[in-house]
Design a protein around this ligand. Structure first.
Ligand SMILES: NC(=O)CCC(=O)C(=O)O
Length: 269
């Protein structure tokens, strides 16, 4: 099973962003990908006050374009994330999984919102424009059970443990990590979640610059259940592809019994 990860530089032009993502999906499918993962905010990177303007219902034109593309190629598609209409004041940051027949089989709304203030260097307040989700989201696929998460979620190991305990073997992390935190934390967090949960981690990042004053870290990667980075994007837009091996995952789990060795009698999740 081949997974493709798209590393993209989305801007304020939503139409151009979606069109670019659709081209990357074509390219991934032409290279044999069975599952494609797009980055967070694939539809729009720019001034947060504009998210209300560009948000859509789901299903809506953007999700329908992605569904059509997934069906055309007979592939599974994780749409990264997009702005979904919520209460008229803020939006949801929503990730979708679409099957090879073009049907939406999972919808996940980002749970942990990125409010951070590195005094004078960098700040972001997602909670001004986004409403958090309240649900764990998993889906059965021919490749195994998968779990949906988004970006800042990676700092909350409880979410990934919960998904792994529900049987997930592949965990998606569409993201838009800034260079400032990404350079120090991104790879370590992703690899830790892969190692402790003995899962594949599939992380698709935004890359380059975006308004206002954002420099994105990129470094999209696929990590195996041993914690090895098996594919990493270069410093450009594009796709990376890797063969996922579920027999290898079972071997890792068989060699070290991190799930049955848990001590929930001592600690609670
Ligand atoms: N879009 C995000 O959730 C960014 C998260 C982030 O940068 C971090 O350091 O965590």
């Amino acid at each position: 099973m081949k997974i493709a990860v798209v590393q993209q530089n989305s801007h304020e032009d939503k139409k151009a962003n979606i069109s670019k993502a659709l081209h990357f999906i074509d390219e991934a499918a032409s290279k044999g990908a069975n599952l494609v993962v797009l980055p967070e905010y694939v539809d729009y990177m720019g001034d947060d006050t504009q998210k209300l303007r560009i948000a859509e219902t789901i299903p809506g034109p953007t999700s329908e374009a992605f569904s059509k593309k997934a069906k055309e190629h007979g592939i599974y598609l994780n749409c990264g994330s997009m702005a979904e209409i919520a209460d008229g004041k803020r939006v949801y940051n929503t990730s979708l999984l679409i099957n090879d027949n073009g049907e939406i089989i999972a919808k996940y709304r980002k749970t942990h919102l990125y409010d951070a203030d590195f005094k004078g260097r960098f700040s972001e307040k997602e909670s001004d424009s986004i409403i958090p989700g309240y649900e764990l989201v998993t889906a059965e696929t021919p490749f195994g059970k998968v779990g949906l998460t988004i970006c800042y979620d990676i700092r909350f190991p409880e979410l990934y443990r919960s998904l792994a305990l529900q049987g997930c073997k592949i965990l998606f992390v569409p993201a838009a990590f800034p260079l400032y935190t990404g350079a120090n934390h991104w790879e370590i967090l992703l690899r830790a979640r892969a190692i402790e949960n003995q899962c594949y981690i599939v992380a698709a990042g935004q890359f380059g610059t975006a308004k206002p004053n954002r420099t994105l870290y990129g470094n999209s990667m696929i990590i195996n259940p041993w914690g090895t980075v098996v594919a990493r994007a270069p410093e450009s837009e594009g796709i990376i592809i890797h063969d996922i091996d579920m027999e290898y995952l079972e071997k890792v789990r068989d060699n070290m019994h991190c799930f049955s060795h848990r001590r929930p009698d001592v600690y609670k999740l």
